[in-house]
Design a protein around this ligand. Structure first.
Ligand SMILES: [Zn+2]
Length: 314
């Protein structure tokens, strides 16, 4: 009996390993942004800025996207003259994470982590002032807009990526970034500056780890076979159970590259997950026991879902 259970477990593990052995990107939105903007030889790629609040945010929440953007290649340059990355990625961290007086240490840890995640020197910055790592403080949205504006303009940024209005962990510093980017977009709308926020999920899906990646791949298959059905209803053995109709309907629109213009999804594979772990290893001052649990169980080490921030214009 124990042997059978072990055999089944091994098969399931091998299947999960296979399913998660390749990354997946629904990046049509970014591709269209790249197509829509005006190209010149000095600026042939999309300039994407990751805006974070603390050193380690980039590993804990955004690694699937950073690693994904580094892998997405297109024909770029004049008349598709060379094959290269779709995007140049920049990183701006608005505080040094100095809540415990470790600002300088955390800044050098961030440098090392961004090396692992592929964000080059000269394209990454940390601000010492005016924002400070504080779990009880919201940062002023207008001041954020004012601080980030020069980085946007000097580096001809096309796309800003940051937290959403719930900040993944509800940290007020994270939430402030979304408000700051909205303030920037509404103050000085530049035709081609767009911003996307990382979707905060409910508590349970947030801690599903590698299973979140498996669910995303399963959902994609369901959407191909049985579009817009409840996730479990699509399993043949469950078809007869009516109460399953209360389960959430699979949101298939996000997989439809022809229709989606305001969302993107990055799903890591095992090698990318391991790279994110190595990057997190650089944040030695932060590696207390519960962060290891986080890395094991967090969905954000595997899946990043993005939604565009829409600014109402009057
Ligand atoms: Zn943070």
């Amino acid at each position: 009996m124990a042997n059978t259970a072990l055999g089944i477990l091994s098969i399931l593990f091998a299947l999960a390993f296979l399913v998660l052995s390749s990354p997946k990107y629904y990046d049509n939105t970014f591709f269209r942004l790249w197509e829509d903007r005006e190209h010149d030889n000095e600026h042939p790629r999309l300039h994407v800025l990751l805006l974070t609040a603390h050193p380690d945010d980039e590993c804990m929440f955004f690694a699937p996207t950073l690693l994904g953007l580094a892998r997405i290649t297109r024909h770029v340059g004049e008349q598709g003259s060379y094959y290269g990355p779709l995007a140049d990625v920049y990183s701006l961290c608005l505080s040094s994470g100095d809540a415990e007086g470790l600002g300088e240490t955390r800044k050098s840890e961030l440098e090392a982590a961004l090396d692992v995640l592929g964000v080059r020197e000269g394209r990454r910055w940390v601000l010492d002032e005016p924002f400070h790592d504080n779990i009880t403080e919201f940062w002023d949205a207008k001041l954020i807009a004012q601080q980030i504006k020069p980085y946007i303009e000097d580096n001809k940024i096309d796309v800003i990526l940051t937290f959403d209005e719930l900040g993944i962990s509800s940290h007020p510093n994270h939430i402030s970034l979304e408000r700051g980017v909205r303030a920037l977009l509404s103050e000085s709308p530049r035709r081609h500056l767009r911003a996307f926020s990382l979707k905060t999920t409910d508590l349970i899906p947030k801690y599903t780890g590698a299973a979140a990646g498996l669910v995303a791949k399963y959902e994609e298959v369901i959407c191909i076979l049985l579009p817009n059905s409840s996730l479990l209803q699509a399993l043949p053995t469950q078809l007869a159970v009516p109460f399953l109709s209360i389960l959430p309907v699979a949101d298939c629109s996000k997989f439809d590259g022809d229709k989606v213009n305001d969302r993107a999804l990055f799903l890591s594979s095992w090698p990318e997950y391991v790279t994110a772990l190595f990057a997190m290893q650089e944040h030695q001052s932060q590696l207390i026991w519960f962060r290891w649990l986080y890395m094991l169980f967090s969905r954000y080490m595997w899946v990043n879902e993005w939604e565009e921030m829409v600014i109402e214009t009057v």
